[in-house]
Write a protein that binds this ligand. Structure first.
Ligand code: UD1
Ligand code: PEP
Length: 426
């Protein structure tokens, strides 16, 4: 298992480009199952989760080829399987995103239930209830969701909770249903909008994505098309927090400032000077120590849960006391005990972490437990005194494209230690 070795204390300086968004690329790749024409996707990030989605789609019989560094091409193909097996789903919950497309186009899908995960129970009841409302028969047997349908029928779906992937699954399914579907209390995340734009490029008729009411007029068939995946707002935010924590100055290019309002607001509150252009964001901390900020996670456009761990790391070394309330996932503070091992003064009280900023963190071997927890620990390593060794970097590789390379270009002292580095040659 790879580890990252970080020597802290260097302010991040320079420019870095954001990669394509994992959380947009995953549903869009699943949506290629709906396309009856060739599809070209660009700005596809090279991530472990993307590889897992490609493995899954290929096991179903899809024909996808990597065509250049960030380009992917899919050709229409006869599927040979409608099963998303446990061995893949357990490594990536977003595998559930093939459920909607499979049942809508092929009338059958057997998708392993994802089970719980490191950050919470994460049930999928809303995906199943929505598909039932669209006319699918849904059962669960042997740990698998079994969905069967003739043509789905458009209907009104009122989502009990705001769910990003449930909104995406239902939007994909409704794209091929007969008649009109309304999704009320829909997730408004920019990645939902990116998926809707892709589906519309293929010939779908979707309006209202980005609001809480999505209206879909079903069509009988979707064709092909080209689409550029939107930039990753969470990766962007992670680099900006790194700049704020280290007292540095970083410009993130090829990104979308309009998708990061809540995060940029908190960075400014922490004392950073933040300037933006059409496709870039620059943060200048001017060698100052950040001030602690209060965070409350909630669905978009509020503060994203996927940036919570990074702000815990920031508060850990900030001036003052910051409270971090996590309202989306019930167990998303796994980074806190690891930060405590580095000297952070954070107390968890139910769904709130109270962070008293300390003057400095001390390096320690720490263990990544999930994707964003890993990012928080890497950021802590950038400011800690001494050498921090972050274990289980495979979590980070799910969602950050060569993070250590990008941080190195910003001046950080960080390197990946692979098994080969640790095995003495005979
Ligand atoms: C691939 C992807 O896009 N992942 C993102 C997506 O995950 P994901 O789509 O899985 O997260 P949801 O928006 O569904 O989760 C929101 C809340 O709803 C609950 N819930 C969800 C579905 C359901 O059927 N029943 C139910 O109770 C969840 O347990 C959670 O408490 O949105 C999360 C919240 O912004 C992000 O952290 C993830 O990075
Ligand atoms: C929680 C995340 O992803 P997923 O929903 O794929 O687990 C994330 O991107 O932070």
């Amino acid at each position: 298992m790879d580890k990252l070795l970080i020597t802290g204390g260097i302010p991040l300086q320079g420019e870095v480009c954001a990669s394509g968004a994992k959380n947009a690329a995953l549903p869009i790749l699943a949506a290629t199952l709906l396309a009856e024409g060739p599809v070209t996707l660009t700005n596809v990030p090279r991530l472990r989760d993307i590889q897992t989605m490609l493995d899954l789609l290929r096991r179903l019989g899809a024909r996808l080829t990597q065509d250049g560094a960030d380009r992917l091409h899919s050709e229409p193909a006869e599927l040979t399987s409608f099963i998303a097996p446990y061995d893949l789903v357990k490594t990536m919950r977003a595998s559930i995103l093939v459920l909607g497309p499979l049942v809508a186009r092929y009338g059958q899908a057997d998708v392993s239930l994802p089970g719980g995960c490191a950050i919470g129970a994460r049930p999928v009841n809303l995906h199943l209830e929505g598909l039932r409302a669209l006319g699918a028969e849904i059962g669960v047997e042997g740990g698998y969701i079994q969905a069967r349908a003739r043509r789905l029928r458009g209907t009104r779906i009122v989502m009990e909770l705001v769910s990003v992937t449930a909104t995406e699954n239902l939007m994909m399914a409704a794209a091929l249903a007969s008649g009109e579907t309304l999704i009320e209390n829909a997730a408004r995340e920019p990645e939902v909008v990116d998926l809707a734009e892709f589906l519309n490029t293929l010939g779908a008729r979707i309006e209202g994505a980005g609001t809480d009411l999505i209206r879909i007029q079903g069509v009988t068939q979707l064709g092909g098309g080209e689409h550029r995946i939107m930039p990753d707002r969470i990766e962007t935010g992670t680099f900006l927090v790194g700049a704020a924590m280290t007292g540095g100055r970083v410009r993130v290019r090829d990104t979308r400032p309009d998708c990061l309002d809540a995060v940029l607001h908190k960075l400014r509150e922490s004392g950073a000077e933040v300037t933006t252009g059409a496709d870039w964001i620059e943060l200048d901390m001017g060698r100052r120590r950040p001030r602690a900020v209060d965070i409350h996670t909630a669905p978009y456009p509020a503060f994203p849960t996927d940036m919570q761990a990074q702000f815990c790391a920031l508060n850990a070394i900030a001036e003052g006391v910051g409270t971090v309330a996590e309202t989306i996932f019930e167990n998303r503070f796994m980074h806190v005990p690891e930060l405590q091992r580095m000297g952070a003064d954070i107390r968890i009280d139910g769904h709130v972490a109270v962070c008293h900023g300390v003057d400095r963190l001390t390096a320690a071997p720490v263990m990544a437990t999930d994707l964003r927890a890993s990012a928080g620990l890497v950021l802590a390593g950038l400011v800690a005194h001494g050498q921090t060794l972050v274990d289980r970097v495979y979590h980070l590789d799910r969602g950050y494209e060569t993070m250590e390379v990008k941080l190195s270009t910003l001046g950080a002292d960080i390197r990946r230690i692979t098994r080969a580095d640790r095995t003495p040659s005979p």
